[in-house]
Design a protein around this ligand. Structure first.
Ligand code: SR1
Ligand code: MG
Length: 400
């Protein structure tokens, strides 16, 4: 019989006390639940001397929808294992796993209490100088070291099996590539967008590109992805960046994580048009976001190519010029997935606070129109992207 039981504040606290690993004996501990994500419970357990840890527990359903949407507890194992794998090759940028129990779907993590979730910070107009290069470093290192360039074929195939994540992948398959392009009860957009959405759904070239991106998502096990790189999955301070929450991790196309991240910066960029009234302030924030995107693309390319040159182990994949060609396709994929993130966050089930919290309905609608249009153009132009500069220039041409 399974020992799974969903924790409350008291049972989470007792569990940690029984483990007896994280606090000195006889510490006075307290616990509260503060999870505001779509899926899980998140508790902070602390003593009276500023020591604290985070206990995350998966529920057997999606928290944001309720018990009518059952969801595998195995996502907790996947999340803890991705963090451990990514933490090995990129420790500075990955939250540390302190303990994991697959049966209870519980993971204990270091508390990043001094850091804050990136989405909230960006929405308050905060900026982080290291963000673009830190995210690029995390994506380049985690994607390279779990790719065929580095892993032996046998190790890679074993890992692909270990990280098969069908239920969570199916959420992404539905929410990114299906729902927005047809009538579905999960979709959520104002009536005023109906015509633009209708036109999007009639665009056969767009639909072929969506099919290509979905097909690649289905069957391109290029690397162990984080799988959900939005700005709610990144903690930041002025000198640190930490990735959390890779429960959607699986072996998929490298461009997916990169595209999702840039998509979230662009959602924030467009949202500023409805959030920030003063033009000079808005211009500064826009400049910051564009610089961050540009840095992220350039550093990702530099680091990935340097790793491919210095660390590739597969003989055939070392053929001169191949890694550059491979990377070009990664960028094309990233641009396409970036577009799908913009569209699904605008009209699908899971929106972003950046846009939803814009109080004035007319301003919010103008932003939604812009994110839809930008998403569509990124997808339509993805195949012609040949360099990081092409990617960047396309963004500039549609946001300026
Ligand atoms: C039902 S899950 C909705 C979204 O939340 C997660 O963070 C993923 O982005 C997913 O698409
Ligand atoms: Mg999450």
């Amino acid at each position: 019989m399974s020992k799974y039981v969903a924790f409350n504040n008291d049972t989470a606290l007792s569990y940690v006390q029984e483990l007896g690993q994280f606090f000195p004996t006889d510490s006075e501990l307290s616990c509260y639940e503060f999870g505001d994500g779509n899926l899980n419970l998140v508790f902070r357990i602390q003593d009276t001397n500023q020591r604290s840890i985070i206990l995350k527990q998966a529920l057997p359903y999606a928290r944001c929808v309720g018990e009518s949407w059952p969801l595998t507890l195995d996502r907790a194992r996947i999340e803890a294992s991705v963090l451990q794998k990514h933490g090995k090759v990129c420790p500075a940028l990955t939250v540390k796993v302190l303990h994991h129990d697959s049966e209870l779907a519980v993971t204990i993590l270091e508390d990043l209490g001094d850091l804050a979730i990136l989405r909230g910070e960006l929405n308050q107009g905060q900026t982080f100088r290291q963000l673009g290069s830190d995210v690029a470093t995390y994506l380049a290192r985690t994607s390279f070291y779990h790719s065929d360039f580095y892993l032996s074929p046998a190790d890679k195939k074993a890992l692909v099996q270990e990280f098969t994540n069908p239920e969570l992948c199916s959420i992404t398959e539905d929410l990114f590539f299906d729902d927005p392009y047809r009538v579905h009860e999960r979709n959520n957009f104002p009536a005023e967008l109906t015509e633009q959405v209708h036109l999007l759904r009639q665009n056969s070239t767009l639909l072929i590109n969506i099919a290509r991106l979905k097909s690649k998502f289905f069957s391109s096990p290029q690397t162990l992805l984080h799988g959900d790189v939005h700005t709610g999955s990144i903690f930041v301070s002025q000198n640190q960046t930490k990735f959390i929450d890779p429960e959607f991790g699986f072996f998929g196309p490298i461009g997916f994580d990169l595209g999702s991240f840039i998509g979230n910066l662009l959602l924030n960029y467009c949202a500023h048009n409805g959030r920030v009234a003063e033009a000079p302030r808005r211009r500064d924030l826009h400049t910051y976001l564009l610089n961050t995107i540009s840095t992220c693309l350039q550093v990702f390319e530099q680091q990935w190519l340097a790793l491919a040159k210095e660390e590739s182990r597969d003989l055939a994949l070392q053929a001169p010029g191949f890694s550059e060609q491979f990377l070009q396709e990664v960028l094309q994929d990233a641009m396409g997935y970036c577009g799908t993130e913009l569209i699904r966050r605008t009209i699908g089930l899971a929106h972003v606070a950046d846009i939803d919290e814009i109080e004035a309905a007319d301003k919010r609608l103008a932003v939604q129109k812009q994110t839809l249009l930008l998403g569509e153009q990124l997808i339509l132009n993805a195949k012609s992207c040949r360099s990081t500069d092409d990617f960047y220039q396309l963004i500039i041409s549609f946001v300026h």
